[in-house]
Design a protein around this ligand. Sequence first.
Ligand SMILES: [Fe+2]
Length: 259
Amino acid sequence: MILAQISDTHIDPENPNGADRVSDLERCVADINRLDPLPDAVIHTGDLVHNGTPAKYRLAASILGALKIPLHVAAGNRDDRAAIRLAFPTGRDLLPDTAFVQYSVDDYPVRLIALDTLSATTNMGDFCDGRAEALRVALAEDGGKPTALFMHHPPFEVRESTYGWQFDSQDGIERIRRALDGKTNVIRLFSGHSHRDVRGWIAGVPASSTPSVAIDLRLGDFPAELADVPIYQIHKINVGLGTVTSETRGARPADVAAE
Ligand SMILES: [Fe+2]
């Protein structure tokens, strides 16, 4: 199974870089659509738009609507949960009758679970008892099926960042860790928010954060040839072995991709 991951697109026509961010996302969508084989699905790990208004979500959805494969979105701190629910499918709701966007997608060989890590008070991450209990229940439902989690805030230390730990407190991370403890079928955790290409671990599960698609917000060092190229990631999952091979790649122009 192959997943493409995009993140932190921060679509925002009111920003001076707004047109570039639209172009960055369009280039990634076009490149993903040209992949052979096509991925099974795309995950977006949040900050789809920057401080969402309905118009920004309409714009983001119109670009993402060109994807040839299903898209699953996790909410970021710059997102509006209700707007995400309106604009995108959110799987089987793990916290019905709440605002949280936490859901399971059971249609693939690897089960995908979107976690809601939004804080009520800050731009950092949070994960309360209710969300942790819903994750525990979901994982207990099917303890054998390989499962990948995707979420906005990385629950591991990003040493390169001013904010190494990107949660309000360690409590939220500890709740995730406890929910995952001993769950050997959870093979990977994907996140965004750091805008960097970084890796870590939680409860023995390999975890990663992908660079922002928005080039103006991207952090870290990249090869010179990618300076003006938007970046996304491809994750190849060997379901039988439970392994994941990840690749960070630049969105190729159509003429290069055709070669
Ligand atoms: Fe972001």
